[in-house]
Design a protein around this ligand. Sequence first.
Ligand code: HEM
Length: 490
Amino acid sequence: MLTISQTFVVLVIFLLIVQFLKLRKACQQFPPGPTPLPLLGNLVQMNFQLRRDLLMELAKTYGNIYTLWFGWAPVIILNGFQAVKDGMTTHPDDVSGRMVSPFFRAVAKGKGILLATGRSWKQQRRFGIMTLRSLGMGKKGLEYRVQEEASHLVEFFVSLKGRPVDPSFPLFHSISNVICALVFGYHFSDEDKTFHELISATENLFRFAGSFIYQLYEIFPWLMCRLPGPHKKALSCYDVLSSFARKEIRRHVERGMPDEPQDFIDFYLAEIEKSKDEDKPKYDEDNLVCVINDLFLGGSETSSTTLYWGLLYMVVNPDIQEKVQKELDAVLGPSQLICYEDRRKLPYTNAVVHEIQRFSNIVFVGMPRVCVRNTELLGFPVKKGTIVLPNIASVLYDPEQWETPREFNPGHFLDKEGNFKNREAFLPFSAGHRVCLGEHLARTELFIFFANLLRAFTFRLPEGVTKINTEPILGGTLQPHPYKVCAIPR
Ligand code: HEM
């Protein structure tokens, strides 16, 4: 006779075997991939981490479309430029859903743009794009705001007189002020206490998104939401952003609608008013709060982190920095306002800005999508609800597309005569119907900020510092290790 504990062990083993066989059968419905284990899927093989090199390595065995199981969730990975491009653009609407994971649901509750899916996402996104255009995106109006913030940043570095500084905060401050001016109608001073709280909440959220606890939350949400830990802090950080957004909405309501809407909140409140008598109004305060958070989170951390990498690359490649400066000096006057259009006369500078984005690969492996209907991906039938990950890192580092994918090489974007050359595999903003909504703004910011900074200063390591770490730290975005530079006026 078996004891109770022996019976229990036999039962568990039996259930695991049944689960294993079921999984093997389920695997047949997906593109090939490493064999998953019951409960854990492929997490053990992945060392409980999403690593870009491992994802690219697996493609050598299983091909450019394969399946990985994150616990009990199968995820189809698209690897390399061709697979990502075809997967995202052949049936773009079919793969336009967002994976609303437990953590995403806990913060945004399916509202807003970035973490929403289906009809609501479509409406909020369409309205978001239209409104940003009305506020000057893609036109001179917005470019002027970018120029203004870039010149504040130059003044800040001038005030340091070459003393060493970690440029992370000043870059974040200036970049996020562009989006704050658009959304809230004003920008923050660098001593503003509320602004510091918002930055610290944003940093915490991005750091959490790269942590092991985050992975645990996504796999065992029912357990994690009952336990204390960093996930509680991350949730409260999202609340800090939401409370601020609500306070700003209240301020706008109390101030009353001006004759012409002045900022994003004015436009959105007008839309709420217009649609309030509809059966199911599409625009409401909860959606507005999440859209504000999406624009603030999406529009601050990304461009500023790219520039943070950019200054680091200039410090470790002084010859490239010098070549950019020579080109800027030859084409621009010392106090001429730099426009986005100037990139056409500055092919080398433009190539360097593109290479900074390619090489830093800040969005790491990109954001997961979900199929909104049964579809086909690169010849494989895929069911509605399946998660798809277009691996952006594998595109930006694709050895078939880039001559020296693992080297910082502005030549990737130049032809033999030194003219700027667009590259199809340059997809840092992803592709298809969910392509980054702020792409144009981000490109304008990166070019104008970078050109202004390099025209005014030479960036160098502080005296006595000879080594600098260029490996990324994994978070919601790939960040450089903190570093200090001296901005030496030219
Ligand atoms: C260097 C800068 C940036 C990079 C590399 C970047 C990259 C990305 C990527 C990869 C996505 C996911 C697309 C997908 O689902 O496949 C995305 C989405 C998004 N980005 Fe950006 N982004 C940048 C700047 C910005 C800026 C400045 C804004 C603000 C205006 C912004 C707002 C958004 C929003 C709202 C989404 C969600 C779009 C959707 O789900 O429909 N981003 N971005």
